[in-house]
Ligand binder design. Structure first.
Ligand code: ATP
Length: 483
């Protein structure tokens, strides 16, 4: 069986995402803006479902986590305390010949080289391009030395634009959580260990946005700061790595394409005791979806130091006082959406007429299509993640009794789930349109429905159809969507 090459798979997916309204280039009518994306009707539902699934698992279904929604713009001291003002930089290089700009580490990776440190006194932290580095675009070796570029977007608060009014768009949601740690602790009656979760936009002025939405300049994060007693960091870190891997499988990313990258001691930030990245096999390589770090008391400690407000916790049981340590699972919604789209995307050969009982065959790109078949594109989303859960079709649009019966069912279903109404074209075409949108179920109301109140329920993946009473439809769907 010959598979589609990964580059053309991504190309086909990008085109589907635009055509069906998952993802558009932001400001497309003005030529687009590099690193910014808009989500269309299906994409908006998909992202909402990812965030809902995360919030449900991380907040609603737990006793020890509460939510927060903090401001995107925080006091600039926040970013001094967090270390972002000084250290949230990427090494940037320019090709002097063709003027292309690169992130030095990405350039080296692309060339199969390793970024080096300069030798000599006071040079331990100065990066240097290795011999052999050249511009991938024009081949020139005339490339500038790496220089640090701060990724935070700057703005001004109020009408005056000077150094006293500079503020930053947050590069992560986490710092809003640390800054509100005392208030949340006071109002929520939580006890350590407990967590604060937040979903929201983050902004990074990435040097080189690439790989579709994977590295964007505006994106969404889903972050949990889980506060623990010093000394229990390792066990909580292990717990959260396992929890998060399970969650990814529940939303439809298979274990075989998920990986963990365990940081070596020499790769960890000086304050961290452990870090594991969750990676997924994207068509452009195995890349990070989420980082899970045990960050010690660095964050609360720094805010205590910079704000002068105590972040100490008093343990009523042991009468001890300590600054809690933190374990942070930090995920990107957009990267998860992209991983789910890549995972869901399939091309299959199916009989031209979508007859009941026909079986889809994965396309073999080395073989001609079998006679009597056509290619269907299908997004095999897990039902809990699918943008539309169910589509309802009256068999014929010019039979008012069919239309009104179907409309009644549609109105009932859409109170509970995102549903789609389609009366246009042959029923097979309508199924195909929903296959492309990733809708797991299609319901057809036909003449038999008028006689016995039963409908046809068609499953997207198997294309199997069953007949069932209208009264049983909601329970049948709930079984698949809500478990
Ligand atoms: P990378 O090494 O890929 O730049 P990171 O390690 O800097 O990522 P974190 O600071 O740990 O990322 O952010 C947590 C999560 O936020 C990442 O795992 C990712 O899912 C998401 N994220 C970070 N930067 C971006 C970006 N530029 N575009 C989309 N998502 C991002």
């Amino acid at each position: 069986m010959s598979e589609k090459n990964q580059g053309s798979k991504l190309e086909a997916l990008v085109s589907l995402c635009k055509r069906r309204g998952f993802i558009f280039q932001a400001s497309e009518i003005y030529g687009g803006l590099n690193g910014f994306w808009d989500y269309g009707p299906l994409g908006a539902e998909l992202k909402r479902n990812i965030k809902d699934a995360w919030w449900r698992t991380m907040v609603r279904e737990r006793d020890d986590v509460v939510g927060l929604d903090s401001a995107i713009i925080q006091h600039p001291r926040t970013w001094e305390a967090s270390g972002h003002l000084e250290g949230f930089t990427d090494p940037m290089v320019d090709c002097r010949a063709c003027k292309k700009r690169y992130r030095a580490d990405q350039l080296c990776e692309e060339l199969g080289l390793k970024l080096e440190f300069e030798t000599g006194s006071n040079a331990e932290k100065k990066l240097k391009l290795p011999d052999g580095a050249k511009c991938p675009a024009c081949g020139s070796k005339d490339i500038t030395a790496p220089r640090a570029f701060n990724l935070m977007f700057k703005t001004f608060v109020g009408p005056q634009e000077d150094t006293s009014t500079v503020a930053y768009l947050r590069p992560e949601t986490a710092q809003g959580i640390f800054a509100q740690y005392n208030n949340v602790l006071a109002c929520s009656r939580q006890k350590v260990p407990f967590g604060i979760a937040q979903i929201g936009k983050a902004f990074r002025n990435e040097i080189n946005p690439r790989n579709y939405t994977f590295r964007s300049r505006e994106f969404e994060q889903m972050e949990l700061e889980f506060f623990v007693k010093p000394g229990t960091d390792a066990e909580w870190h292990e717990y959260w790595v396992a929890e998060r891997l399970q969650w990814y499988q529940r939303i439809g990313l298979p274990e075989g394409r998920l990986h963990r990258y365990v940081y070596g001691k020499d790769e960890l930030a000086h304050y961290a005791s452990a870090c594991v990245d969750v990676l997924y096999d994207f068509p452009f390589g195995t890349q990070e979806l989420e980082g899970i770090a045990a960050r010690g008391d660095f964050d609360l400690g720094r805010h205590q130091q910079f704000s002068g407000k105590s972040m100490e916790y008093f343990d009523q049981d042991t009468k001890e006082k300590f600054v809690p340590h933190v374990v942070e699972p930090s995920a990107g919604t957009d990267r998860i959406a992209l991983a789910l789209l890549c995972e869901a995307f399939h091309e299959e050969w199916v009989p031209t007429s979508d007859v009941a009982g026909s079986q889809p065959i994965p396309v073999d790109y080395a073989q001609p299509m079998p006679p009597g078949c056509e290619t269907r594109t299908v997004l095999r989303f897990a039902p809990c993640i699918a943008p539309i859960k169910v589509a309802v079709f009256p068999l014929l649009k010019n039979k008012p009794e069919l239309v009104s019966k179907a409309r009644g069912l549609y109105d009932a279903l859409r109170k509970r789930w995102s549903a789609f109404w389609d009366v246009a074209g042959a029923i097979g075409r309508r199924y195909r349109r929903q296959d492309e949108a990733g809708t797991p179920f299609g319901i057809t109301v036909d003449f038999q429905t008028l006689a016995d109140d039963t409908v046809t329920l068609r499953a997207r993946d198997s294309m199997q159809q069953i007949r069932l009473p209208i009264a049983d439809v909601a329970a049948k769907l709930a079984e698949a969507i809500e478990t």
